[in-house]
Design a protein around this ligand. Sequence first.
Ligand SMILES: *Cc1c(COP(=O)(O)O)cnc(C)c1O
Length: 401
Amino acid sequence: MPGFELFGNQERKQVNEVLETGVLMRYGFDGMRQDHWKALELENALAARMQVKHAQVVSSGTAALTIALASAGVGAGDEVIMPTFTFVASFEAILAIGAVPILVDIDDTLTLSPVAVKNAITEKTRVVMPVHMCGSMADLGALKAICDTNGLLLLEDACQAIGGTYDGKPLGSYGHLGCFSFDYVKTITCGEGGAIITNNAAFHKNADHYSDHGHDHIDNDRGAEGHPFLGYNYRISELNAAVGLAQLARLDEFLAIQKKNYSILREALETVSGITFRNVPEGGEENYSFLSFFLPTKALAKKTHKELASAGIDGCFYWFDNNWHYYRKWEHLTERKSLGKLSKEVLAGLQDFSTTDFSASDHWVGRNISCLVKLSWTEEEVAGRAAKMKKIISEVVSTFG
Ligand SMILES: *Cc1c(COP(=O)(O)O)cnc(C)c1O
């Protein structure tokens, strides 16, 4: 995840251009800004790189998901299907617009299982939201077919997978809407930021207005703009957008280093018998930000995770026990802990988590380890790491029999 690893002159130059004018806001102040429109430039560059007609850059990935849902008119009581393995932002965004998150199982792709999605569809379902966790995607072809048959929206959370592709298309551009995060630990960063991409002009217009209090941005006169519908403030600042412009220009450079380092680790682990790798659906290419593999049992996965850490191999995650990324530790959601009252629709629509069966997800996540692929490693570091990982994992697996 190079956002926090590689930062330098190009980022500083972009930010300095903003600092020199002092115009930190993306709208208005035309006379002062010396023609610097960093957020707008980032939108144009992102749309071009992602081969879509429209991009809206906003304050975070969580904001992007919220806006994407709102832009398509999703609201109170509508059901949004999401995976059990994701970041908490998935259900936060759904709840923020009054809709109901419906959790369903993942499969060996570590993302939404199309079979589980099909079984979860009700007359209230509006959206299927696959989350491309750790750099790789769900079987998007199967999900798209399910969405088309049932008149549902496909919203890709590509926050962790920028640069990956499916069916030759950039991840995020395959569904009706796609979202990215540019927070500090993502593949490219703005410090904080996010984006919605789409080919749908109406969704884009709605996203543009919604993210700025419903301003219609028509005559660019802040005072006189109309407000066709209720909105919110999810704007990005010019400073953050400036960082993003420099980072996006380096995306392909980052991806190439990531792939090289991934391949070295992968090659070493391919020779360990007893482990298997995450399934990348046919037609897909991941962005190589993580190397994810499965141990034969949950106990062996826990043991491997512990031994990797004590050998100084940092950045390997055992998501099954993680507070942020797996439903088992989301008691604020499952026990409905809210500061205020949740709406009737949400209370009526939420699953009863004391009876849900996510054993299929437990089967995969419980045996999975995902290791972050860094860009700042030297050749010796990657080679040393590959050898150590191979030795440790081989030893743990050899105790299995
Ligand atoms: C990071 C992340 C988000 C949220 O992005 P923020 O910019 O941190 O709000 C959403 N979904 C996934 C899968 C993420 O990894």
